[in-house]
Design a protein around this ligand. Structure first.
Ligand SMILES: [Zn+2]
Length: 248
């Protein structure tokens, strides 16, 4: 950078940049003060910039537009960002991200959009208390890794008591399409029952579809059909092989 301090150079600059009147030395927007001029070269031309001293003491080249907008050297912006972060130290954290997307999903403005179709479009909203991130954080705690925000009652709102941090597996079983089965006084997803009782999920689904009672579907022993299927497959292969040999 080569600041041109002489005032008579202003005339030369004015001639050079005919469609702009340079700001006089000492012009200030309250944050930065013009102390000189500099021509900043770029590919295909040059532009008049102002060497300014910022309130923080830093010198830098500023454009006329940025001075007019009241911009600082960047120190003000950084100060604002760190002040915003200081309020909860959580910006860009996973918890903050979850809170933000919850707010976006439930924003009535997004009801018709793809993003909000399942939430705002269904009238699901965020309780008043959680509109403040700090309250959400104190009620929910930090988001554990591998989990996301889940509503326990799928038709309920985002509010304390109806939300938890849940893994994708638990969430999948809490969807409106999941089949909940009551057996032995307990209610849980059919898939969870099958895992617990070591049953084949598709087979139990078929049993229920065929009109079996829940008790029968979950308690009657299953045939070890897997081995039979394997045998069938190899038998078919053998038949095909024999046919192929005959044709040859
Ligand atoms: Zn500054």
């Amino acid at each position: 950078m080569n600041p041109l301090q002489d005032s008579h150079l202003m005339v030369a600059l004015e001639n050079l940049h005919q469609n702009c009147t340079p700001l006089p030395l000492g012009t200030t927007n309250g944050v930065v003060t013009v102390t000189g001029y500099v021509r900043v070269l770029y590919k295909g031309g040059s532009t008049l910039c102002y060497v300014c001293r910022c309130v923080c003491g830093k010198f830098g080249a500023h454009t006329k537009q940025n001075i007019a907008k009241g911009r600082s050297c960047g120190c003000r912006k950084n100060a604002l960002i760190s002040a915003a972060n200081a309020t909860h130290h959580m910006t860009y954290s996973p918890t903050w991200g979850s809170w933000q997307s919850m707010m976006r999903r439930c924003d009535p403005k997004n009801a018709g959009r793809r993003m909000g179709r399942w939430w705002a479009g269904r009238g699901i909203n965020v309780c008043e208390r959680w509109h403040e991130f700090a309250n959400f954080l104190s009620d929910m705690g930090e988001r554990p890794e591998g989990t996301s925000l889940d509503r326990i009652n799928n038709d309920g709102h985002y509010e304390p008591g109806n939300c938890r941090w849940a893994s994708a597996v638990v969430q999948g079983r809490n969807r409106s399409s999941t089949k909940i089965v009551e057996f032995g006084g307990r209610k849980q997803a059919l898939k969870t029952w099958c895992e617990e009782l070591r049953l084949s999920y598709p087979a139990v689904q078929m049993r229920l579809g065929a009109g079996w009672s829940v008790e029968d579907a979950l308690t009657k022993p299953m045939k070890p059909d897997r081995r039979r299927k394997l045998l069938m497959n190899s038998r078919q292969e053998l038949v095909q092989w024999v046919r192929a040999r005959r044709a040859a």
